[in-house]
Design a protein around this ligand. Structure first.
Ligand code: HEM
Length: 272
């Protein structure tokens, strides 16, 4: 927890993830909740399709080459959160090998793999502190960009717009900038590995079980979302399709269970 506080704020001040008692917790919790309504998630679905289309193009162009799928799905996740939640395209999925060129992706990766014990005299701890600083700068630079757009119009349902609209009832003032930047960081750290690894694991687990894979493909084919002899060019998925993909969603949920168990199991190994 200390690590998360330091990742998100230079002085380790609290945020929605770390404190239920802090003065702003309830305000932030209530303030951002509407961004996650089904109506607003539906609005962001176009970005999900566009980011995935970038990945599909790369996969098509590199047919036969080895692809680190987990790296790819983490990038998709970063870009979707950036675009849907903050109106910011980090472009991490445009090039799956963008190393230092994609600072945001590097920082997310580095921040997540820091040894939990900050007292350890390890070079990675020192490096981790630098990475934390760089991550916080990415968040505060993003906030500057967002504020440059001006007051968010009512139609803006991003997480960013909801954070900017929050007012302290006592003073009528918006949240301090350092708090908004820290809260923005929460959504990236909270959604990055959780969702990215879940997708990679789901694909791995489904491909490892041919009988499950066949049923997933059949479900997609029935909705014309897979190429077939009759329809070589599948149609684009819509948000409403998600509710119809019951078997596929259950397969993802089952894989997710293994993914979470694996993540917890491996944490001490990652941190060694
Ligand atoms: C497979 C994906 C995900 C998993 C497994 C996951 C898991 C969790 C868990 C276990 C908690 C703690 C709940 C509690 O304290 O009772 C949590 C909280 C949270 N997650 Fe996620 N999460 C996922 C995706 C996301 C995404 C995509 C975002 C944002 C874009 C996100 C943002 C948050 C936030 C802000 C909280 C704190 C909520 C609060 O304290 O009110 N998570 N998540």
């Amino acid at each position: 927890m200390v690590m998360l506080l330091q990742l998100l704020h230079a002085e380790g001040k609290p945020n929605i993830f770390t404190s239920h008692t802090d003065e702003y917790w309830r305000l932030v919790r209530k303030g951002v909740a509407p961004a996650f309504s089904p109506k607003n998630i539906r609005k962001g679905f176009g970005h999900v399709l566009q980011v995935n289309q970038q990945l599909i193009s790369i996969l098509e162009d590199s047919a036969g080459a080895e692809i680190d799928l987990d790296n790819a799905t983490l990038r998709v996740t970063l870009d979707v959160i950036g675009r849907v939640g903050f109106g910011k395209d980090f472009g991490a999925t445009r090039d799956l090998n963008s190393g230092k060129a994609n600072l945001a992706f590097d920082m997310m990766e580095a921040g997540m793999h820091l040894p939990a014990n900050h007292e350890l005299p390890l070079p990675s701890v020192k490096q981790g502190e630098e990475d934390f600083k760089a991550f916080r700068k990415i968040m505060s630079d993003m906030l500057v960009d967002i504020k440059r757009r001006g007051e968010p119009p009512e139609t803006d349902t991003t997480i960013a717009a909801h954070l900017l609209r929050i007012r302290d009832p006592a003073s009528g003032q918006p949240l301090p900038d350092d708090r908004i930047a820290a809260e923005a960081g929460v959504f990236f750290t909270g959604g990055f590995e959780t969702t990215g690894h879940t997708i990679a694991w789901a694909l791995f687990m489904i491909s490892a079980h041919p009988e499950v894979e066949a049923k997933v493909l059949a479900e997609l084919q029935a909705l014309h979302l897979m190429p077939s002899a009759a329809q070589p060019q599948p149609r684009l998925m819509t948000y409403d399709d998600l509710a119809k993909l019951t078997y596929t969603c259950n397969a993802i949920k089952a894989s997710h269970y293994f993914c979470i168990r694996f993540m917890f199991f491996c944490t001490p190994l990652n941190n060694a």
